[in-house]
Design a protein around this ligand. Structure first.
Ligand SMILES: [Zn+2]
Length: 475
């Protein structure tokens, strides 16, 4: 089975469908602290762009923004400021997960606002929501406002999109217009979309100045998607084919197929695709993709799902208690359907995924950290750290892995003037660490405090947030 829509569409109808408002209430159970003037004193500031560590510095935050970064003896700290001891600590920009799911449209379950505290407690202060609809866009607006008002401990939804398929190319173009009118920040495409519809989506989206992102369609070579202007490609879709010596015949065998028949054929080809992996071809492909600017969101943590199957029941995982009941059911159902064949294929896919990321990174293809949370085995918030660690295993330096989860997303989203680095004038979405993440990316888990839009959450607050999240699921 392939890391793909078919899996997260595992449908499940729960009696909790009517609980949208109740779920909002749960998420709001713990409001955020007031915004205040905060001075983080004598801290080492990590420059994710140039790889420098600057220290010690005193970082002053006021009204949700960074207003000064100065040498400690130059610091003019206002008397009422809340002081945070930064000595021996490291300050990084808030982390961004570029591939999450907050809505369950196919299964009609309530939205995944249960996951909000998990993101915040892990230093994830921003997310890109990958599949909503018109109604979802209204809820996204409410969440953004609730975060602004300090009523919701949640990451900022930096972008939210609507998926388009269409019954014809014309219909696909109409759907793009409807999505634009509904306030979507981008159009998402899935593997199943016919090539002709996909081209109509690209044209219509361009007319509305909306980026097209998502899965490179299963009937279209990766290079074609990059050259045609699909801005991001998720899960290394079509990259395995592009990096094989048999891409043309594979695509030829898919000709004329659309929808589930198309992805079923692709999945049936996967063992052959992996067996034909060719490093030289992959290097050439990566070079061309680098020239197009298409960004890859490999979601390695998803490709690593075989480890989940190996570990047996996920119930023993200490993070299991944070999941909502319907997610427990969905994850267990997924695992019970996971065959030895699936595991064997995942095992072969895994080293190739690493190699593709490594080759792309070396060629200069931008890589962004994303997780596909909450796919089975992918714990919201925690998984972004898994992903950064896997990116390091694929050859990125720890600094580059941080970049892929901070400034690269900010640039991709056109928000680099206000986000993505620790600099004066930027939003105070910050993470204070007890150890240096540029020495060892695992240190990004050692979170001492999170500043969420200028609101300070100390370790004890973050633990309380997690406890509250677990209690909410136990009720
Ligand atoms: Zn996804």
């Amino acid at each position: 089975m392939r890391a793909d829509v078919a899996k997260w569409m595992v449908s499940l109808v729960t009696p909790c469908i009517l609980a949208w408002l109740a779920c909002m209430a749960v998420a709001q159970a713990m409001p955020l602290p007031q915004r205040q003037t905060i001075a983080i004193t004598e801290v080492t500031v990590i420059d994710v762009e140039h790889g420098r560590s600057m220290g010690p510095r005193t970082v002053l935050v006021d009204d949700g923004r960074i207003v000064a970064i100065v040498a400690p003896h130059d610091a003019n700290i206002p008397a009422p400021a809340r002081r945070v001891d930064g000595r021996g600590r490291f300050l990084i920009p808030g982390l961004v997960d570029m591939h999450v799911h907050l809505f369950n449209l196919s299964s009609r379950r309530p939205p995944n606002d249960w996951s909000f505290p998990l993101y915040v407690a892990n230093g994830v202060t921003g997310v890109r929501e990958m599949r909503g609809d018109a109604a979802s866009m209204l809820l996204v607006k409410r969440w953004r406002k609730a975060l602004d008002d300090g009523e919701l401990a949640a990451p900022r939804i930096l972008a939210a999109g609507i998926a388009v398929y269409g019954s014809s190319p014309e219909d696909a173009a109409h759907q793009v217009d409807a999505a634009a009118d509904a306030g979507a920040d981008f159009i998402k495409v899935f593997s199943e979309i016919p090539a002709s519809h996909w081209r109509a989506v690209l044209a219509a989206a361009q007319a509305r100045s909306l980026p097209v992102v998502g899965h490179a369609p299963a009937g279209v070579p990766l290079l074609v998607t990059a050259e045609a202007g699909q801005r991001s490609n998720e899960h290394l879709m079509q990259a395995y084919e592009a990096c094989s010596s048999i891409e043309a015949p594979l695509l030829e065998e898919r000709r004329g197929l659309v929808g589930d028949a198309l992805t079923a054929r692709r999945d049936a080809q996967e063992a052959r695709t992996l067996a034909a992996f060719d490093l030289g071809i992959c290097r050439n492909v990566a070079k061309v993709i680098a020239g197009t600017g298409q960004v890859q969101v490999p979601t390695l943590v998803l490709a690593d799902e075989d480890s989940l199957a190996k570990n047996g029941s996920p119930r023993s995982d200490p993070r299991w208690r944070y999941l909502r009941a319907d997610e427990h059911t969905r994850w267990e159902r997924f695992l019970s359907g996971y065959t030895a064949e699936d595991a064997a294929l995942a095992k072969r896919r895994w080293p190739i995924a690493h190699q593709i990321v490594s080759v792309m990174h070396q060629a200069g293809v931008p890589i962004m950290a994303g997780t596909d949370s909450p796919m089975p085995g992918v714990y919201p918030g925690f998984a972004l750290h898994d992903e950064m660690e896997m990116l390091v295993e694929s050859g990125l330096t720890p600094r580059e892995a941080l970049y892929s989860a901070t400034l690269e997303p900010a640039r991709f989203l056109g928000m680099a003037d206000t986000r993505g680095t620790v600099e004066v004038g930027k939003r105070a979405d910050l993470v204070l660490l007890d150890a240096d993440p540029t020495k060892d990316i695992h240190n990004a888990r050692r979170i001492n405090a999170v500043l969420l839009d200028g609101r300070l959450l100390r370790r004890a607050d973050l633990d309380a947030l997690l406890d509250e999240a677990a209690k909410a699921q136990a009720r």
